[in-house]
Design a protein around this ligand. Structure first.
Ligand SMILES: [Zn+2]
Length: 445
């Protein structure tokens, strides 16, 4: 046995791939998981205290993998950098994040993919995997050199932030996806349906006098993309689904054998459009103001209570198999303005776990399901089945969290440069205690 790096004992281990959901101890050597043993099995090993982690009362999980996050570099370093974004990710329990290409320049070339990989290797706290653009400059007109980008390390393709509106372009992107074995990840929104929309279309938008985005804007494009994936036998992954009918469309497509998967964000699983008004909700019992809260402006928008409930059920029944943060950090000034002018996005890496603990408490979605959606499921979609488990011999990426630890969100304390969180000031439960990447502790509370 090579030199022992860490012993994690006393914790409750959940590793869906290995169907482990019980107390276990873990031994780490040389950056790899050496062994998973029964409680106390490794106690006789002589180790200095600094190599022992007491996980009593905590859940020990494979490191979380976020397949949808915006690191903003290059081009928007005032909002986030690869360094600050990966620090925030580590604090949120993530050991791998997939970075979206809506940077400036857009990540549409081999050089830009290599920049991300190289920069992340130097300054990153954790693993960063590139999602390259579908079209040049993300302009929606001309496909990128997808096979070269895949060779350079891209694990998927997306023009996220913007949809691929042209059906002919999308058709060809999906056709290539099956050749490359990598997903096309579309931001599903038909913008011609709700130009200028800023929040969900419904009672709250009418009350506030804001332009609403009806569910149909999402569902029209989900429907088109499923039809195109069926036509081309392409690999389609739907980013951040947010409506009841989107879930219905995915379920029906899966039943027909279409190669489609979907993700949902923690905020769409927990928050409704009531949050836009700043009024009291169960999670936030005090009215923060009667003005609208620009930190709730996100794309797709926070939806109705019925949608939220359907998304919870879809996650539970694995119709939607992935949880992804869509971490979208912004500078404070981007939100210090009218709701119409505010930027879309929530800084989500550091509150994801707490929102999911709330989901578990309120809807009964099990921690096993939540962890599977953050590990095994996204790893499979991006073709990295070496990640997302605690199998012996794999890289020691591990998240240790206490689901009962209470804390008050203070976005000023975020490691992310993006302080834009609707949860600022809210009392939550569930906190990451330690994040271990490749055998090294990269975050410790
Ligand atoms: Zn998006």
């Amino acid at each position: 046995m090579s030199k022992i790096q860490l012993l994690i004992s006393g914790g409750w281990v959940i590793d869906p791939i290995q169907k482990i959901n019980e107390p276990r101890d873990l031994l780490i050597t040389g950056g790899l998981i050496e062994a998973i043993g029964n409680p106390g099995e490794f106690d006789s090993i002589d180790l200095p205290d600094e190599l022992r982690i007491d996980a009593n009362g905590a859940i020990v999980s494979p490191g979380f993998l976020d397949m949808h996050c915006h690191l903003r570099e290059p081009g928007f370093e005032h909002k986030e950098t690869i360094e600050s974004g990966t620090q925030a990710a580590a604090a949120g329990g993530f050991t791998t994040v997939c970075a979206m290409p809506n940077t400036d320049p857009a990540m549409d070339s081999v050089a830009s993919v290599k920049f991300l990989v190289e920069k992340a290797r130097v300054v990153g706290q954790i693993r960063v995997l590139p999602i390259a653009a579908i079209t040049r400059g993300r302009a929606g007109l001309e496909l990128t050199d997808m096979s070269e980008l895949a060779e350079a390390g891209a694990v998927g393709f997306s023009d996220d932030g913007d949809p691929v509106s042209d059906g002919y372009v999308m058709r060809h992107a999906l056709a290539y996806s099956s050749l490359l074995g990598l997903p096309i990840i579309n931001h599903s929104e038909d913008r011609t349906i709700a130009p200028g929309g800023v929040m969900n279309y419904g009672f709250s938008s009418e009350r506030l006098g804001l332009v609403g985005i009806p569910s149909a804007a999402e569902e029209a494009m989900v429907s088109r993309d499923i039809a195109l994936a069926e036509l081309t036998r392409g690999i389609l992954h739907l980013a951040h689904v947010s409506t009841e009918r989107s879930v219905d469309l995915v379920r029906a497509a899966k039943q027909r054998g279409v190669n489609v998967t979907a993700e949902v964000t923690p905020h769409h699983l927990v928050l409704t459009d009531d949050w836009v008004t700043g009024e009291a909700t169960e999670l936030r019992p005090h009215v923060i103001s009667y003005e609208y809260d620009t930190n709730t402006k996100v794309s797709p928008p926070l939806r109705s209570g019925k949608d939220v409930q359907c998304l919870q059920q879809a996650l539970d029944s694995r119709v939607v198999e992935v949880i992804a943060t869509d971490h979208a950090p912004h500078a404070t000034v981007d939100k210090l303005c009218s709701y119409d002018d505010a930027a879309f996005g929530i800084s989500g890496l550091e509150t994801a776990l707490s929102m999911l603990v709330y989901l578990h408490d309120r809807s009964g979605v099990s921690f096993e399901t939540i962890i599977r959606s953050l590990t095994e499921a996204p790893a499979k979609i991006i073709g990295r089945e070496d990640l997302g488990s605690l199998r012996e011999g794999t890289q020691a990426d591990i998240t240790i969290f206490n689901p009962n630890l209470q804390w008050k969100v203070d976005s000023k304390q975020f490691l992310s440069k993006g302080k834009n969180s609707p949860l600022d000031g809210v009392e939550v439960r569930g906190r990451v205690l330690k994040t271990i990447y490749s055998g090294n502790v990269v975050f410790s509370l």
